[in-house]
Design a protein around this ligand. Sequence first.
Ligand SMILES: NC(=O)c1ccc[n+]([C@@H]2O[C@H](COP(=O)([O-])OP(=O)(O)OC[C@H]3O[C@@H](n4cnc5c(N)ncnc54)[C@H](O)[C@@H]3O)[C@@H](O)[C@H]2O)c1
Length: 256
Amino acid sequence: MKDFINKTAISTGAASGMGLVFAQNWAALGGNVLMCDVNDAVLQEKVAEINEKGQGKAVGVHCDVRDYAQVCAARDRAVTEFGSIDLMVNFAGGTAVRMCGVDRAQYPQFPDVPIDVYDWGIDVNLKGPFYFAHAVLKQMREQKSGLIINIGSITGAEGDGYGMDYPTAKAGLMYGLTKSIAQFGEQYGIRCVCISPGPVLTRPGMAGMRTLLRRAAEPQEIIDLVLFVASDKGQFINGENIMIDGGRNALNRLVY
Ligand SMILES: NC(=O)c1ccc[n+]([C@@H]2O[C@H](COP(=O)([O-])OP(=O)(O)OC[C@H]3O[C@@H](n4cnc5c(N)ncnc54)[C@H](O)[C@@H]3O)[C@@H](O)[C@H]2O)c1
């Protein structure tokens, strides 16, 4: 596939999981990638591994997606380093109760969990992509081209009575933000798509989440869809939320 040679992508949450797999794929296909994360040590290690392969170039920047100044600095670095931003993928995220290590025995129900835990979840999962949209659309408007891919979740459609920040934020990406960016982008040739996975094996625990295919996805299966949407063949996909969940969305809830 030659579609991505010398094209530039920004990937957030790029030190691990799907953000990293995406960056590795993009560079292997000849694209340049700005990798953003808060885990600086691991990020720089992964950037070096990509660059050792001598394909597309990777640059790693510390960027907390909750901080608008850091988001703008990441955007500016991508432009000065590579000259354009062709694709922005918002991978940074996760359920706050897990990411912040909440002990469910100590905080048994939603109202018991300290509110700053949920602040983290809303800020990383929703405000981060919103900040990035605001920052990179300035550049994409100037270019008159670009694609933003938000990463939602099946949980955004299902809800979660404990980790409430997560479905709240993901539903915001899947429907409101993605459609809104696509509407703005109409006049500038900019697209926006949300890709919403079911369980993905970025950690073993996800194997226990039920799907009709009776397995979780490999991270590569999600990245293959991201690459298709970004490729020449995916150009008519716009303003849409695409579930990639092994049929979890179609489970018969009365049975399961
Ligand atoms: N794994 C799944 O089963 C699954 C399912 C549906 C949706 N998703 C979504 O896919 C995305 C990627 O998931 P994953 O499992 O690959 O993630 P992961 O947990 O492996 O990686 C998340 C990365 O985000 C980084 N990060 C955390 N806070 C940050 C911040 N404030 N600023 C910048 N980076 C930050 C972490 O350091 C980490 O490298 C997430 O948005 C997640 O909600 C995952």
